[in-house]
Design a protein around this ligand. Structure first.
Ligand code: UGA
Length: 435
């Protein structure tokens, strides 16, 4: 099947490479000429597990093509489906900015006909498809929604082995095309209206974000009542009605999706005349959570002014180089504002972090170098590298053996046995541990 994908960000590129892997003839379009040149050589401009190998293989075997020219997608034959994988960033008041989608649709409308199903992968507010039809300038063209459920860091595996495929369509033709394009993936398929698909996508991200904010709030309470959130997580998660995934408390969640989508759902509801009461606190709690962690650090260290601190982990999640909305950046900025001197290290996200932190921090070439002479070590992304680090050596590098674990993921008992004082969020601290 001939398929076009507009936009080669992490959603579009995963989509294109995985559809090529399923055997389709895939044409990916991006306006960024440098990116397209790199992709043609099989080079992926960001870090995503397994993606470079897949892109190289599919380019080499002739199923995956890249171009800057939109008209290339209709050369020879019309694609049966055109996936729009463009950014939908924050607009004013938390609304969803559709300007990239609008520009692409206006161009697309001049070159495609009714045989192509225009399918939105980007996360859009329910009801957006009518605008898309207007921008295409042809209301005979099918406009479908096919939201993605990919997590950065495991996006290829999530695409090829998803929990479900969600198809929002208004015609049998669109349903048929979108069912065929996913043939070969073994997962339940939900075929619903575009509005339902779009709301389900917002609902999924908002539900997950609300679990995290609620667990973070309970972790904050645990700090007050002397309980241990790790045990609370296990006990709560053992109830099958709740489940044990996405319950890990920490110094806040990040990424390009949860904060943006939760706000956009709030905004969409208000636009339609409904004032949600449960959504705003999800965002407010998450804005405060990194700052609570900073307060803990300041208390334990008796202030941070002039103190050298090490940060390990800047990416919002492990296995990605993405630092968008990363709590690590909020923590770094707040500590810098309080006068700390910071050295950072991340296995993958140094380049993207440098764009955000500039010369406010020092950049180390390794985790151990970052720790050198620091009065405390902050670990803020759950990279496996940090659990496997030779902790016995780390103690020799630090000026004081104090570790703040912003993800509650390090082996605290083992570290304490080695002489570290370890602090997390919502963890019961023995009085001797209070540095
Ligand atoms: C999220 C959703 O998980 C995907 O299903 C969705 O497709 C994607 O948004 C999107 O809308 O495009 P993503 O933001 O890439 O994926 O990554 P997640 O693994 O969901 O992590 C988000 C944040 O939550 C991270 O900062 C992570 O550290 C944090 N988190 C996750 C926790 O703090 N605790 C947990 O138990 C799990």
């Amino acid at each position: 099947m001939k398929v076009a994908v507009i936009g080669t960000g992490y959603v579009g590129l995963v989509q294109g490479a995985c559809l090529a892997h399923l055997g389709h003839d895939v044409w990916c379009v991006d306006i960024d000429a440098q990116r397209v040149a790199e992709l043609k050589r099989g080079e992926v401009p960001f870090f995503e597990n397994g993606l470079p190998e897949l892109v190289s293989k599919e380019v080499e075997e002739g199923r995956l093509h890249f171009t800057t020219q939109l008209t290339d997608i209709v050369r020879g034959e019309m694609p049966e489906v055109v996936f729009l994988c463009l950014p939908t960033p924050y607009g004013q008041d938390g609304s969803c900015d559709l300007s990239y989608i609008e520009t692409a649709c206006r161009d697309l409308g001049t070159i495609i006909n009714e045989s192509a199903v225009v399918t939105i992968k980007s996360t859009l507010p329910p009801g957006s498809n009518n605008k898309i039809k207007q921008w295409l300038g042809n209301d005979q063209i099918d406009v479908a929604s096919n939201p993605e459920f990919l997590r950065e860091g495991s996006a290829v595996a999530d695409f090829l082995g998803p929990d479900r495929i969600l198809i929002g369509v208004e015609s049998d033709h669109a349903r048929d095309v979108l069912t065929r394009v996913h043939a070969g993936i073994d997962a339940p398929v939900f075929v619903v209206s575009p509005e339902t698909a779009q709301l389900a996508k917002y609902a999924s991200n908002t539900m997950l974000a609300s679990r995290l904010s609620l667990m973070n709030e309970i972790a904050n309470i645990a700090d007050y009542v002397g309980a241990d959130i790790k045990d609370v997580e296990k006990i709560v998660g053992s109830d099958p009605r709740i489940g044990d995934k996405f319950l890990r408390a920490g110094a806040g969640f990040g990424g390009s999706c949860f904060p943006k989508d939760v706000l956009a759902l709030e905004h969409t509801a208000r636009q339609h005349g409904y004032t949600p009461r449960l959504i705003q606190p999800i965002i407010e709690l998450n804005r405060d959570q990194p700052l609570r962690f900073v307060d803990l650090i300041k208390r334990r260290l008796n202030g941070v002014n002039g103190k050298r601190l090490a940060i390990w982990g800047l990416a919002f999640n492990k296995n990605t180089d993405d630092v968008r909305e990363s709590p690590a950046l909020a923590i770094a900025h707040a500590l810098l504002d309080a006068g700390a001197v910071i050295t950072v290290f991340d296995p993958r996200a140094m380049t993207s972090a440098r764009r955000e932190l500039g010369d406010r921090v020092e950049y180390a070439s390794s985790a151990l170098n970052a720790a050198n002479d620091a009065e405390a070590l902050l670990v803020l992304t759950e990279w496996d590298d940090f659990t496997q680090v030779p902790w016995a050596q780390v103690i020799g590098y630090l000026r004081a053996p104090i570790v703040f674990d912003g993800k509650n993921f390090l082996p605290h008992d083992e570290l304490r046995a080695q002489g570290f004082s370890v602090h997390g969020i919502g963890l019961w601290q023995a009085p001797s541990d209070q540095a």
